[in-house]
Design a protein around this ligand. Sequence first.
Ligand SMILES: *Cc1c(COP(=O)(O)O)cnc(C)c1O
Length: 361
Amino acid sequence: MKIPFIDLQSQYQAYKGEIDSAIQNVLDTSQYIMGPSVKQFEASLTEYVGAKHAIGCASGTDALLLALMAIGIKPNDEIITTPFTFIASSEVISLLGAVPVFVDIEADTYNINAELIKNKITSKTKAIMPVSLYGQIADMDAINSIAEKHNLIVIEDAAQSFGATYKGKKSCNLSHFGCTSFFPSKPLGCYGDGGALFTNDDEFAEKARLFLAHGSKRRYDHEVIGINGRLDAIQAAILDVKLKYFEDEVQSRAEKGQYYIDLLKDKGIQLPTIKEERTSVFAQFTLQSENREGFIKKLNDNDVPTAIHYPTPLHLQKCYKGLNYNVGDFPISEKAANEVFSLPMSPFITKEQQSYIVDLF
Ligand SMILES: *Cc1c(COP(=O)(O)O)cnc(C)c1O
């Protein structure tokens, strides 16, 4: 049985008529930059997430960058984050000349360990950037309360957790900023690059919008140095269709995730742990085992694709040699990097496919 890692084709077929006509509509009106489709999608996003402001942008990376720019991050400022994430989380910190300060993760959720944060706070610390990895939100109450005590901004990297909830509230609406990605393989994906930034603060929203469009509110009038970070109008039109069906997909993801967990029980492998009062959108369905290579070989030999999110923690990346971290600095992250692997997952995976996969364990 040939199984796609993420079944984007079945998803497109399910909404094809509406998506095709949404794209055609943008072509018919020729409003390619900003315009009504972006405005409409931002309104839909605001309603879905519950935050006051939703700002479409060119990627999840730009959403993170814009949040940092909006709070005025400067060279040598310090931002606390996790080393067990995709490079974009810390990349934007470094691009501004600021310093990512890493804190190890929890062994069960793979998210930043809030208890270890306070030891890393200095007079230079400006913000905390938790990453809601694999689709489960980090421990936001604990993180927000540390931030409040030390007057820090919290930016949730919610690229993998769009649609997940924490105590009934949606990801992206749990801190000063929520930043998500619409990269095709993310829970809500478009057909190219896209992202969005959320905040309940009017001033932060205004600043983010200013930086998003070359630091300009009026054409050829530039108040600050900004970027070209706009969300593409065609992607916005596609996303607005997909968002209508997204809650059903979130439900399906939860069911498929639970089905995997039920099938994989008693196989002597570490399963995803979903904490009380949280839901996961299973952006990845990730397992952990010392025998990772054996499982991957068996799966791949039987046409089941796998992936490793992520094989090298950020503190050990070549690009961060200058930060002088060493092997052993973040043992939980390093162990995870050596042992995790992800199985095919999407709202369209069938129970038959899941059983086939699990029978290979
Ligand atoms: C995908 C991802 C990003 C970046 O999103 P892009 O849209 O690809 O720029 C940032 N952080 C995490 C955790 C991600 O998974």
